[in-house]
Each structure stands twice: as C-alpha cells, then as structure tokens.
Design a binder for this molecule. Sequence first.
Ligand code: PLP
Length: 376
Amino acid sequence: MEHYFDNAATTKPCAEAAAAVMSCISTHYGNPSSLHRKGLEAQHEMEFARQQIAAALGCKAQEILFTSGATESTNLALRGAAAAYGRKRKKIIVSAVEHASVKETMAHLETQGFQIVAVPPDKNGIYHAADFLKEVDAETCLISMMLVNNENGARLPAEEVFRSAKRRDPEIITHCDAVQGFLKIPMKTRTLGADLISLSGHKVHALKGAGALYVRQGVRLRPVLYGSHQEKGLRPGTESVPLIAAFGAAAGVLFPTIEQRYQKVSQLREALIQGLQKMDGVIIRDIPGASPYVLNISLLGYRSEIVLHYLEQREIYISSGSACSKGASSGVLELFGAKPEEVDSALRISFCAENTEEDVAALLQGLQDAQRELMH
Ligand code: PLP
C-alpha cells in the first residue's frame, strides 16, 4: 500500500479533475477560439473553470488568467509588472525564502537594472512585517512575498506587508506566490491585499501544466510572450482546455472543504509530531502558526536521500528539502536557523486530506526502522 507524503511537490489528481480531462479530450476538444459549436463548448469549459477559481479566491472571473503553472504566472506577474511600472522606480523587495520561480525571476530582473532587496527572517526564523516595511521607500515598485513556504510550511506575514505597503503608497504593486496556501488555508483577494497572485493546479489535486494568475482589475502588465489574443493578449497561445477544466473542477470540490481538510491534516500532523517526539535524534521544525500541510524534520546523522530511498522501498514517499531543487539545499532552511548537519538530514513530509492514521503509523515505523537499520 502506498503512503504518499509528498503533496507539496505534487498531488494525486482527484476524480473530478480526471473526469474533466476526459470530457475535454473526448467531447469538448475544440479550440476555444473557434467560432463554431465545438469551439464554444471548449470556451464554456474554460470559462466555467475560471469562475470556479475566482469563487475560491473571492474575485471576479475576469481577474483570472490561465497559464501553464505557477512558474509561468510568477514570471508574467513580476516581469510584466516590472516592465509596466518599473520605468522610474527600480526597487523590488522580496522575502529571502521564495521559491526558485521568484528567486530566479529576481536574478533576471537584476540584470535589467532593478535593485533587489531580499529580506531574511530573524535569527529565530520568524518573519516580521516591520523588517519588510522598513525597506519600503519612494523607489519601491514591487513587493513579492509567498503565503506559505514550500519547505517548512512557515506562514509569512504577506497580508500585513501588502496592506501596510499599499496604505503607505498605493502605487506599489504586490505579488503573492500562494501556491502552498490556495485551497489549503482560507484566503481571499480582498483581505490579502495582493495585486497579483500565482497559483498552480497540480498542487491542489489537478494536473501539471495548468496554473493561474490573479490580476487585480486595473493592474497593468506587459506580456512576456507575444502572439495571439488569448487571455487578454497577456498569455497568448491556445489554452490547454483539459488541464484548465481539471484545475477548475479540483477548485470546485476543494473550496467547500477547506476547513474540514485543514482539521484532518492538522490532526495527522499532530499525531506524527507526537510519534516523532518519542524518538531520539529527531529535530522537529514545528513553526508557530505554520500550515499543517507541511512538516520539516531532521533525522540527525542520516542523510536525507538515504532515508528517502529507504522509505521508498516501503512505498512511503517523502521529500528531502524542496522538490524543485532535486535534493540540493536551496538555503531556505539555513535562513530559518538550521545548522548544516540538520540541513543534510532534512526531510519534508507534506500531507493531503487523503492521508490516514495508518499512513502516519507506517511513516513513523519506517523512520524508526531507518534509524536502526541504517546505523553507520
Ligand atoms: N511556488 C511554490 C511555493 C511552489 O512550491 C512551487 C512548486 O514547487 C511553485 C511555485 C512552482 O509551481 P509550478 O510547478 O506550477 O510551476
């Protein structure tokens, strides 16, 4: 039996997402730009998905653009806003623990003459809105802060930062990478105060290859790709209707159950923590206020990859650090205060509501056996 705890890397598509794909590839396979009935059917699928995602975010359907995933959404958001708003103002403030999609976009923007300020957490690994806000000045054109960190579940004070920065200077554009928060923790565009929000389908039981960008009405972006008129000309190219419909379908089933799933995942995470506390040599990064969907631990003295592959033999799937970095340290855990030997042995356990107590028991047993059998 499989025990899948790598949901921050990707999730298993839900039945509704799979059904939406099937319907779009077998029946509604038209090009949504075509004027005949087949085209309209496909367009209808896409617009329905747009409404479902907008409903989950509490925004207007016209404020949602479809992309190939959060990486593309973030590129469009940050490069598009920098091009539209960064002619005079050149300063961009980000958290130092962003995903590579933000970090590398910043590295690119730096080559375009922007000044990037990456704000780290304090020495206890806590982010304070004030540390960001003290960087905000008349030069600032953009602020980007993730909602939930993908490596340790830490929740960043995005709402406070965005709202305070906007109060101070409404011309500052705010972007939030909400990939690990969307449909997991309650969030609404109205309260978050972000002008731009990046989302990914495959992290929420839809499929790889579909994402969305929320663009608050009135915010201007320059396109990153050039082509036809699709997605208001901001994301030209024929839309992947099956993947978009799957994203909408997943949002449709997950949105009403955010609270229930949050409770269930919190209980599973708590059971895991209690089990881990009985073991020796385990560091548990139980960050106050963190998302219950992610727990980062270190099995001291055991390299992450060795443990990961040991568990894999029992069909237990976890991750070492961030999935996107293929096991290489992204530097995020260090910024949260982890020592090098703790980073080498870091394991990321990420849940979904389909996980069970049996999964947790199997994982705990696996980790205990790993400590015994992998003794060096
Ligand atoms: N942002 C965060 C926080 C992530 O965890 C990920 C995926 O790992 C991404 C962005 C990139 O998402 P996508 O795979 O849809 O490009």
